[in-house]
Design a protein around this ligand. Structure first.
Ligand code: GCU
Length: 138
């Protein structure tokens, strides 16, 4: 299946602001997490079929300090303290991928800062099915 992009600036934001002062983002901007533990971005991700999906966060971190995020899916921890290390500059964007089980219908995917640094700047979440392309028998 084709990946689907979900912009951070269109998601639900708790303790963060939409900004556009660092170039290289997609859409209208990115989310600058407030520098506190517990700040989060929550995307609503609809999928037709339950299964395993890749969740890729496009991010920038212009500091030298890791800014880990917990990923929660529908209220349950899916991946803990995923590392978002420095990318060298706030204008240098990289991606980091986890896999998670999603339910059929609408899923709430929340990326929560776990340290007082807050999260990295978040551009978008890219969602794709992991097991949709099964090889055909010879
Ligand atoms: C700077 C930078 C922001 C970033 C912030 C931070 O202010 O311009 O984009 O979010 O640092 O450290 O979180």
């Amino acid at each position: 299946a084709a990946p689907t992009d979900y912009e951070a600036e269109d998601a639900q934001i708790s303790q963060g602001v939409v900004e556009s002062n660092h170039t290289g983002f997609s859409g209208r901007g990115f989310v600058n997490y407030t520098n506190v533990a517990g700040s989060y971005v929550e995307w609503t991700v609809p999928v037709a079929q339950a299964g395993t999906y890749s969740l890729t966060l496009r991010f920038a971190n212009g500091t030298g300090v890791n800014r880990p995020l917990d990923f929660q899916v529908n209220g349950a921890i899916s991946a803990s303290a995923v590392a978002f290390p420095g990318t060298g500059a706030w204008t240098t964007w990289q991606t980091r991928t986890i896999t998670a089980s999603l339910a059929a219908g609408q899923n709430k995917v929340r990326a929560v800062a776990t340290t007082a640094e807050g999260g990295p700047n978040a551009d978008k979440l890219i969602v794709d099915a992991v097991d949709s392309e099964k090889p055909t028998a010879p």
